[in-house]
Design a protein around this ligand. Structure first.
Ligand SMILES: NC(=O)c1ccc[n+]([C@@H]2O[C@H](COP(=O)([O-])OP(=O)(O)OC[C@H]3O[C@@H](n4cnc5c(N)ncnc54)[C@H](OP(=O)(O)O)[C@@H]3O)[C@@H](O)[C@H]2O)c1
Length: 258
């Protein structure tokens, strides 16, 4: 069986795929398109002798594509929900929506991992979250009023963190971790903030850790830039997590995770 790493065409996801392949894991290298997935898989093979990598693709801004990806991958050892979007300086600072009509950060950073995790059989789940966490706009999660990219990104990552903790509680047969890789130098950071000192691989180290030998974390844990930390208040609040789960269910017509 294999580990699926989403967003492995770049940055932390690519570095995570290299780490896992180097440790002998079979890695499903996900890219947005077949070409990007093939290119990333080829690069991993170039870096790691004998790497076992399989390219898979899906545009995660489409829930139909997320479901198709889940059907493609079959049973897994692990799932790394890494792919993520932060509207950068190179694109218009304006609200965009997914193929399904959801605000784009909410769709790619939160709904896609929620649905993918629900559909694939993976005993270990790693959700890549962030230190940037806005609060949740319960009455307007799509940010129809007053869209702001920091709020859009921050609430999508907070929602993913809440999902991690809640899934761990609802699915005791799974080990689920929210991992903030820290502030590291990737395309996302370069395009938005100009760069960072630490390498993508330094963040990938924490993202890959739950899938490598010697890891001792407890399901539901929050690994914040290499330190086990209390989750943010809303993620620690069972009532808020249940409310988010219910809200998410009303936004989706798919099976919810378990
Ligand atoms: N870098 C940091 O300091 C930092 C800190 C905290 C959290 N994170 C999180 O780390 C994760 C990885 O980001 P990164 O920093 O490594 O940035 P990155 O190099 O820009 O990588 C982002 C990855 O997500 C993929 N992706 C984005 N939208 C997609 C879509 N609609 N469908 C399929 N794939 C899509 C990208 O694919 P393409 O190559 O096709 O665009 C790329 O592979 C993100 O979830 C990010 O929020 C990063």
């Amino acid at each position: 069986m294999a580990v699926l790493v989403t967003g492995a065409s770049s940055g932390i996801g690519y570095a995570c795929a290299v780490r896992l392949a180097a440790a002998g894991r079979e890695v499903l290298v996900h890219g947005r398109t077949p070409e990007r997935a093939e290119r990333a898989a080829g690069s991993v093979r170039g870096e790691v002798d004998g790497a076992r990598v399989v390219p898979v693709h899906a545009d995660l801004s489409s829930l139909a594509a997320v479901r198709a990806l889940a059907r493609t991958v079959g049973r897994l050892d692990g799932l790394v929900n890494n792919a993520g979007l932060f509207a950068g300086n190179d694109v218009e600072h304006e609200r965009r929506v997914s193929a399904d009509g959801h605000e784009l950060h909410w769709a790619v950073n939160y709904l896609a991992p929620f649905v993918l995790t629900g559909l694939v059989d993976a005993p270990v789940v790693v959700n890549v979250v962030s230190g940037m966490r806005a609060s949740l706009r319960w009455d307007d999660p799509g940010l129809v009023e007053g869209w702001d990219r920091v709020v859009a990104y921050g609430q999508s990552k907070l929602a993913l963190t809440m999902f991690s903790v809640e899934l761990a509680a609802r699915a005791p047969h799974r080990s689920v971790f929210a991992v903030n890789p820290g502030y590291v130098d990737t395309r996302l950071v370069r395009e938005s903030f100009g760069g960072a000192v630490n390498s993508a691989d330094s963040g990938a180290r924490w993202v890959a850790a739950p899938l490598l030998p010697g890891f001792t974390g407890t399901s539901g844990g929050f690994l914040d830039a290499g330190e086990w930390s209390a989750p943010p208040p809303l993620a620690a609040d069972p009532g808020a997590r249940a409310r988010l789960w219910e809200l998410t269910g009303t936004q989706l017509d798919s099976t919810v995770p378990g």
